[in-house]
Design a protein around this ligand. Structure first.
Ligand code: SF4
Length: 183
């Protein structure tokens, strides 16, 4: 089974803990997408089989417009793709954007929530707050995403076990299927 990972190396702001490669030079997005589409074209026959899974990560793929995501997916080819994932920053979530990326072909979202504690989010340099994170999940579900994952971080500076437990125990109105450690 063939799968492909596409890196989108742009972020609106760098988080303090991050080791992934990305730049805040958003003005270079168009140039990057043009190069990416060219590379997809050149290497089209390299795997010899269609992609079953496509993962668009970063960086922050949600810094791209939905039409750019659509162009990338069209160039890769989604006819045989069962799972098409995109990472999303809660700070980029709007109803219109969620619907647009769903229409573009994305069928799974990985949402970078990291914490439901606003102080911790500020401390690590995230550009969203806990309320935006919750709203992002609701908007995703309303746009038709029934396959979602969320990232949560632990062992952050100043994070105590009770803050971590509060995050795990956060009562959301969506169904959470997360591992609850005892104690
Ligand atoms: S948004 Fe993601 S990729 Fe960008 S700096 Fe923060 S953690 Fe790293």
């Amino acid at each position: 089974m063939a799968g492909i990972y596409v890196h989108i190396p742009f972020c609106k702001k760098r988080c303090l803990y991050c080791d992934f490669f990305s730049t805040t030079l958003l003005a270079r997005r168009e140039e990057y997408i043009a190069a990416l589409l060219k590379e997809i074209e050149i290497r089209r026959d390299e795997t010899g089989e269609p992609f079953r899974t496509i993962y668009i990560g970063g960086g922050t793929p949600s810094t791209l417009e939905a039409k750019d995501i659509q162009h990338i997916l069209y160039a890769i080819g989604t006819d045989e793709a069962e799972e098409i994932t995109m990472e999303l920053n809660p700070g980029d979530a709007t109803e219109a954007y969620m619907h647009a990326i769903r229409r573009a072909g994305v069928n799974r979202l990985s949402i970078g929530i990291q914490s439901f504690d606003d102080e911790l989010l500020t401390l690590i340099g995230r550009r969203h707050n806990a309320q935006q994170a919750i709203e992002a999940v609701h908007m995703a579900q309303q746009a038709g995403f029934d396959n979602l994952s969320i990232d949560l971080m632990y062992a952050l500076p100043t994070q105590t076990w009770s803050i971590g437990k509060r995050t795990l125990n956060k009562r959301c109105s969506w169904e959470c299927n997360i591992y609850h450690p005892t104690g």
